[in-house]
Design a protein around this ligand. Structure first.
Ligand code: FAD
Length: 457
């Protein structure tokens, strides 16, 4: 079986590796850098930045742990920038190594579909090559949405792509959009000393999460002196010499050195030849069935280019599902247990449905909650802010959960397993959890569903 994949992000490169493992001959076309948005302009560089901010925070708290710092801790953004680059490079090199070892043929060029059994690669020098193939997987990802209103110039008005390329810090920044990307950048730049204002159309940050979750983050960022303009939109943008001024729908004006637009992303379907081949696209995204097959026989699509959550782990899973189906296995993409993580301080992580959604769906749900302040390990590490919340249905099955606080994104894995397998709160509560760990809050939250948490009153 010969499989050709267009796009080498976490969707495309994982699909390529899986296909090679299952014995296919694999051809992967990538126009920029292997690893895609995730490794080069998304998950990895942002988390490399946030880990520096986190370490700095920790160092500032050292005296409270009885550690006297001889000199003052100072930030060197140039070195933080270089470290981020080094982390990205190491991971991209790792992907290159794995593809090479698995004998995947990688083309550095732009791919498009000639038919359902042929992919054209256009190289930078204009030369072309056509790959005849049995199956095609489209994994071309997404790009930032930049409406003309913002007068995007990539210098003063930037997207997350350019924000990660800034090698010096601006004095001030307006961030439009209070979703995951806006919050992560907002907190990072503020911790680096930048004056940050976040403008968000809706009344709350992270609008897809429950209010008790997003409010904790908002309170924290307010304390860090991030200015919030919630429930307000941007009406005009004026790009001047060294500064940008925005007028909000309320008539207020904000001026900063740069404006970062993070209002969402759109699927990257341009120039692939979809229309010519009649591949169905709805609201800009490629239509697929649960096996990731498009409307055209032998052509599959995965990741940000289809209408599923814009997340690296979703793209990778869909890549595996597409390949398994191509290679004759029966495989379906399931979305009831997709973990959602925000790597701010405190971290926020959730899976399954929120309490708000459970109520809206008329589910006879129950919740169990346990705060980190009641957990020995949280006190030991000096991070008592946050909680675990578990949502169950009428049969006691865990249908949603959220964790806010230290290591929330790692702790979520256990709850993801529960939602994935449909385990009950009773099942989860019965599991012996190691002491002292933050995971005890998960066990206690499960007991709290039945009002039986031992360490709360
Ligand atoms: P992409 O990663 O976008 O890869 C698509 C690839 O296709 C790109 O390399 C592109 O160059 C290539 N390509 C496009 N067109 C062509 C063509 N015609 N020919 C050849 N190649 C082509 N997700 C998380 O899960 N966790 C996070 O913490 C997280 N943080 C993020 C932070 C930021 C700032 C951003 C922007 C995104 C973040 N995401 C995160 C989202 C995540 O990066 C994406 O969901 C994920 O990268 C999607 O994978 P993909 O393979 O579908 O597409």
């Amino acid at each position: 079986m010969k499989i050709s994949i267009i796009g080498g992000g976490p969707g495309g490169y994982v699909a390529a590796l899986k296909a090679a493992i299952l014995g296919a001959e694999v051809h992967l076309v990538e126009k920029k850098r292997l690893g895609g948005t995730c490794l080069n302009q998304g998950c990895i560089p942002t988390k490399a930045y946030l880990s520096c901010a986190d370490l700095y925070d920790g160092i500032m708290k050292a005296p409270g742990f009885g550690i006297d710092l001889a000199g003052e801790a100072t930030l060197d953004f140039g070195k933080i920038y270089q470290r981020k680059h080094a982390v990205v490079k190491q991971l991209v090199d790792g992907v290159t190594y794995l593809l090479n070892k698995r004998k995947v043929t990688v083309y550095q060029g732009t791919g498009s579909l000639v038919s359902n059994h042929a992919v054209k690669v256009t190289f930078e020098d204009g030369q072309t090559e056509t790959i005849e193939t049995d199956r095609i997987i489209i994994a071309t990802g997404s790009v930032p949405i930049l409406p003309p209103l913002f007068k995007f110039d990539g210098k003063q008005v930037i997207s997350s792509d350019e924000a990660l390329q800034l090698d010096t810090l601006p004095a001030s920044m307006i961030i439009v959009g209070g979703g995951v990307i806006g919050c992560e950048f907002g907190q990072f730049f503020r911790k680096m000393g930048v004056e940050v204002s976040i403008v968000e159309m809706l009344k709350t940050l992270l609008p897809m999460e429950d209010p008790d979750v997003s409010q904790i983050l908002q309170k924290k960022m307010k304390k860090e002196k991030v200015a919030f303009y919630l429930g307000k939109g941007v009406e005009t943008v004026d790009v001047g010499e060294g500064s940008v001024t925005c007028t909000l729908t309320t008539g207020e004006t904000l001026t900063a050195e740069k404006i970062l637009v993070s209002i969402g992303r759109r699927a990257n379907t341009a120039s692939l030849g979809l229309e010519e081949l009649g591949i169905a696209v709805e609201r800009g995204k490629i239509v697929v069935d649960e096996t990731m097959r498009t409307s055209l026989e032998d052509v599959y699509a995965i990741g940000d280019v289809v209408d599923t959550p814009f997340l690296a782990h979703v793209a990778s899973k869909e890549g595996v599902v597409a390949v398994e189906n191509i290679m004759g296995r029966q495989s379906k993409a399931l979305y009831h247990a997709v973990p959602r993580c925000v790597y701010t301080e405190p971290e926020i992580a959730a899976v399954g449905i929120t309490e708000k959604e459970a109520a809206a769906k008329g589910i006879d749900y129950r919740t169990g909650k346990f705060i980190f302040a009641g957990i020995g390990k949280a006190m030991v590490i000096g991070k008592t802010e946050g909680f675990v919340k578990v949502i169950t249905d009428e049969a006691d099955r865990i249908i949603g959960a959220s964790v806010t606080g230290a290591h929330a994104t790692d702790l979520l894995a256990e709850l993801t397993l529960c939602v994935h397998l449909g385990l009950t709160a009773k099942d989860l509560g019965e599991v012996i959890h190691p002491h002292p760990t933050l995971s005890e809050a998960i066990m206690e939250a499960a007991h709290d569903v039945h009002n039986e948490a031992a360490h709360s009153f």
